[in-house]
Design a protein around this ligand. Sequence first.
Ligand code: CIR
Length: 252
Amino acid sequence: MTRALVRRPGPRLPEGLLTHLERSPVDVDLALRQWEGYVAALRAEGWDTVEVPAADDCPDAVFVEDTVVVYGDLAVISRPGADARRAETAATEAVLRDLGFRIARIEAPGTLDGGDVLKHGGTVWVGLGGRTDRDGADQLAAHLAPMGATVVPVPVTKVLHLKTAVTALPDGTVVGHEPLVDDPATWERFLPVPEESGAHVVLLGGDAVLMAADAPLSRALFEERGLRVVAVDISEFEKLEGCVTCLSVRLR
Ligand code: CIR
């Protein structure tokens, strides 16, 4: 069964944290419609969505990806690098426990955001930057080693999270917008994309990928490679440094 965690945005969404962007007005109603469109796109592609109960006091709770790293039947609950986001993890943990996942946790003083964790084929790249530190990465490595995964720490200095800079296509090719990638040579197969949000893909299964609607040139590149692209408008979340990847956690 393919399921995905999602978390409904709350009324305080416009107060979400900003690191690299200037604040611009966020339309909460539009954001909710865009979130519903995102969820509908996942469901249309065969994903059962499971809602983590909304956390209306946590402006960034919609970015549910940051609260956990799921690897097989193990859920490693994160310890977000931003104090303001620490309260988000408890509900994610409760939902995953109910779904039958084994639970591990990143413990203080280490920090790790799920957005810094890129998995492909047994390799787990962890971005060390503003949100995730070496201790958090080491703890994740210890949790995942028994499962045969290799953690590779990489620097993140130009964007919020590793997956703001790069994600992986179904064949493992890593895509990134070069001005925002610390070291494209980290990856054997690296495909530069012309738009910042072209670097963010969610693998839907088979050759299908979900991406933001504002990266038509990158979309064309992916389609030339035989991928089927589902595009959604997430402008209100992009104003808060969010992207398609942050809005769900796929469970397999
Ligand atoms: C934050 O600064 O934490 C939120 N405004 C955005 C989080 C985006 N999450 C992600 O890239 N995984």
